[in-house]
Design a protein around this ligand. Structure first.
Ligand SMILES: [Zn+2]
Ligand SMILES: [Zn+2]
Length: 252
């Protein structure tokens, strides 16, 4: 980059990619096509999203999932950019699928954490803790950020503030800058998921195993059914009730 360049590559303006604006028009008509396109100046305008997009959930043959590795320089899980990315979602007012189905209020905290109703009702798969939901939001944020960066870089080249030969280097730098944030968010999502996965069900199981009052357990099942406790929770209590009756009958 020439010394008189005014194009800012240090990102002091801190793109607020947690609340991206609608994506600006792409600088050239390559978006949506499968190939990158050369610009009039000769540099290659990259395709967004990139081919073989790494921002996706990886699943093995048994259906186990894992998140991608995007950066060797992840930001700390508490970095403000990571915070923002964790709290971003495309549809800001959407309920999780369970709350939408039950018609109850829902609350989004951050990705990787189930919503409060799902927690209390023992719903095992809240949308907000879904890795696909997380990757969809990260990918959308990345695309919006890269549209803006690509557009700014093209403008800098057109205005002779950036040599065309430097376009690719600067674009790669912007992409790496985003992925360092995304990698921090991936670590945080994983921690969130490990801490909360199945937590409510384990809690109900512990409570049920401590109970010996069959009348109380029966009323719990009745009330739980009316209040839409998840069937897995009701099954845990039913199993406990059955175990107590079998013990009373002397059946091992
Ligand atoms: Zn919900
Ligand atoms: Zn939920």
């Amino acid at each position: 980059m020439p010394s008189n360049s005014s194009y800012d590559t240090n990102y002091p303006h801190d793109h607020s990619f947690t609340a991206p604006r609608p994506a600006p028009a792409p600088p050239v008509s390559s978006l949506g096509s499968s190939n990158s396109s050369p610009s009039p100046e000769g540099f290659i305008v990259p395709h967004i999203p990139p081919p073989n997009d790494p921002v996706r959930v990886i699943r093995d043959a048994r259906g186990h999932w894992q998140l991608p590795h995007l950066s060797e320089m992840p930001l700390h899980v508490d970095h403000r950019r990571v915070n923002r990315l964790m709290k971003y979602r495309i549809h800001v007012n959407a309920k999780c699928s369970s709350c939408a189905e039950l018609g109850v209020d829902c609350e989004f905290g951050e990705t990787g954490l189930p919503c409060p109703p799902c927690n209390v009702l023992g719903v095992p798969y809240c949308t907000f803790a879904d890795p696909d939901f997380f990757m969809e939001n990260v990918g959308h944020t990345r695309n919006t950020f890269l549209y803006e960066e690509c557009s700014a870089l093209c403008t800098a080249v057109h205005n002779n503030q950036l040599p065309p030969s430097s376009f690719d280097r600067e674009y790669t730098k912007a992409q790496s800058w985003f992925y360092s944030t995304a990698q921090g968010a991936i670590t945080r999502f994983t921690l969130n998921h490990r801490a909360t996965d199945g937590l409510a069900l384990r809690g109900y199981r512990a409570l049920a195993s401590s109970a010996t009052d069959t009348g109380l357990l029966t009323r719990f099942i009745s009330l739980g059914f009316e209040t839409h406790l998840h069937p897995l929770v009701l099954q845990v209590v039913t199993d406990r009730l059955q175990a107590i009756f079998l013990a009373l009958l002397g059946i091992p």
